[in-house]
Each structure stands twice: as structure tokens, then as C-alpha cells.
Design a protein around this ligand. Structure first.
Ligand SMILES: [Zn+2]
Length: 143
């Protein structure tokens, strides 16, 4: 089965690209490499549907790396989830993770990669076919 990226993940990436067309994409990613596929990861395609439910976005939304907006963007993704966007499963950035566990508060991330160079967002299956606009102020929200 041909792997496809979740519609919600495609939409989030589009909002990054529309807002920051010149951003650095070197740490971008979506589908798992061999290292990922040896363990459970949202970067691996769903065995039944082929949907990949995760994206990595390079921290440097400006090529120069400045201003360093990803800490605020990651926080706004978290807040969109907290406000009720059920397509977002969790966010990992800068050694921290936020999910519905503990009410979307940031907590220490103890995985092997602290995610200092990219922001990881995992999506629920609700986002597989739902590519509606994310209400994230730094990513073009209109309200
Ligand atoms: Zn990732």
C-alpha cells in the first residue's frame, strides 16, 4: 500500500510553507526511515490504511534561524489542541512533550532525541481525512 500523509499533517505543513516560504527544510520529515520502522512510531504508515500521522518541521522558520519562532509556534499548536482540535495527538519540541495527558501541559520529554532542531507533531486518525485550517495565530489563523 502506498503511504500517504494524513490530511491534517499536510494542512499543517502547508500553513508553515505559506507563512514561511523561505524556511529551512533540512530537518523536515514525515515518513519513517529504517530506524523508525524498527520501532513503533507515528512516522510509520498505518498497516491497514497506509496513512502516516506525524510530521517533523525544521526549527528554523527563517533561513537565518532568527527570529527563533518555533518555541512560540509549538506552544500555539499545543494551545490549538487544548482548545479542542482533536486532530492533534501530541507535540514534541525542545525536550518537552504535550498531549491530552495532564491537560496539554508541557512535561519533560525523555526520549533519546530531545527534538531541539525540529518540532514533531503527531496526529490522531481524526485528521486522516480532515485537512481543515488550523487556528494557529503564527501560522496564518484568521481569528
Ligand atoms: Zn518526528
Amino acid at each position: 500500500m502506498k503511504p500517504t500523509l494524513s490530511k491534517a499533517a499536510q494542512q499543517l505543513r502547508e500553513q508553515f510553507d505559506d507563512t514561511f516560504p523561505d524556511r529551512d527544510r533540512r530537518s523536515d520529515g514525515w515518513i519513517g526511515d529504517a530506524r523508525h520502522s524498527s520501532r513503533p512510531s507515528d512516522h510509520n504508515p498505518d498497516p491497514k490504511t497506509g496513512v502516516v500521522r506525524a510530521t517533523d518541521t525544521d526549527r528554523d522558520v527563517h533561513k537565518s534561524g532568527k527570529p527563533d519562532l518555533m518555541p512560540d509556534i509549538a506552544d500555539q499548536i499545543r494551545l490549538a489542541a487544548k482548545a479542542g482540535d482533536k486532530r492533534i495527538a501530541y507535540v514534541i519540541f525542545n525536550g518537552r512533550i504535550a498531549s491530552s495527558r495532564l491537560g496539554w501541559r508541557w512535561r519533560k520529554y525523555t526520549g533519546s532525541n530531545p527534538h531541539n532542531h525540529h518540532c514533531h507533531v503527531s496526529f490522531t486518525s481524526k485528521g486522516d481525512e480532515d485537512g481543515s485550517f488550523f487556528q494557529i495565530p503564527l501560522l496564518g489563523a484568521n481569528k
